[in-house]
Design a protein around this ligand. Structure first.
Ligand code: KIV
Length: 258
């Protein structure tokens, strides 16, 4: 088993696991000292490319961003999202997961889904590929509005059952996206692997957010996003100073010239 994963598994019931997204070297360098897991999420489709859905994100795009993100990660476990239509069956999944790992040097891949992907997870595990699961809202399957999961009894049972089955097939952790508070608690208590929540209350074993959202670079009104900073204001300030110095012929001074 990967050493970094072992460490993360031991955090369950001891301390919360910190996971954030990165799509580039510069962001990885900043977040890596603070994170346990860096996720190259296919959320980059909406955050960077303004796509309507993550379904438009290609394998090539994921690999290029992951290669960049890899450069800034020293200590965190690196997980890369397998994009839509790259794991429709076990052979396709294995071929693409191997390609992602070979080209990006990531530690693990993340797949969305429950019952539909069990055989795929099992096959990847058999081939020594580390897999993270993702339940609740599955952005690759949603068309239209996102609604939180776990309101109705049948849905609750289904998600809990899928979490247990994913664990059985060998995922090392599961992202729970927008799952009702008491269900997130029940799932987290029922599993020996850690759950990483996003919009799923503090009852999860760890939390993940899209870094661009939490630093205020991507402006979003999603309920579960807390903006911890306003990096846009800092960028505006720097750009404005640059503009002024250029207009007033202060930049570039001798110091910055040859
Ligand atoms: O794509 C992504 O960034 C994700 C996280 C939000 C969990 O899947």
């Amino acid at each position: 088993m990967n050493k970094k994963i072992n460490k993360i598994l031991k955090y369950k019931n001891k301390r919360k696991i910190i996971c954030l997204t990165s799509y580039s070297k510069n962001i990885s360098e900043i977040i890596d000292p603070f994170t346990d897991i860096v996720l190259v999420g296919d959320s980059l489709g909406s955050v960077l490319y303004n796509y309507k859905s993550t379904r438009s994100v290609s394998l090539k795009t994921m690999i290029e961003h992951s290669k960049s993100a890899r450069q800034g990660i020293k200590k965190s476990l690196m997980v890369v999202d397998m994009p839509y239509n790259t794991y429709r069956n076990k052979n396709e999944a294995l071929k693409n997961a191997k390609k992602i790992i070979k080209e990006t040097k990531c530690d693990a891949v993340k797949l969305e889904g429950g019952l539909k992907i069990l055989k795929i997870v099992k096959h990847l595990k058999k081939n020594k590929i580390l897999v993270m699961g993702h339940l609740g809202i599955l952005p690759q399957s949603v068309i239209g509005k996102f609604k939180y999961k776990g309101k109705k009894t049948r849905e609750r049972k289904k998600i809990l059952n899928e979490a247990i089955l994913l664990q059985k097939e060998g995922v090392f952790s599961i992202v729970l996206e927008c799952i009702e508070t008491s269900l997130a608690k029940e799932i987290s208590k029922s599993l020996y692997i850690p759950t990483i929540g996003i919009g799923s209350s503090k009852n999860c074993d760890g939390q993940v957010l899209v870094t661009d959202d939490l630093i205020g670079l991507n402006q979003t009104k999603i309920r579960f996003v807390k903006r911890f900073g306003n990096i846009k204001a800092d960028i505006r300030n720097s750009i404005s100073k640059f503009r002024k110095e250029v207009l007033h012929k202060k930049f570039p001074s001798k110091k910055y010239s040859y």
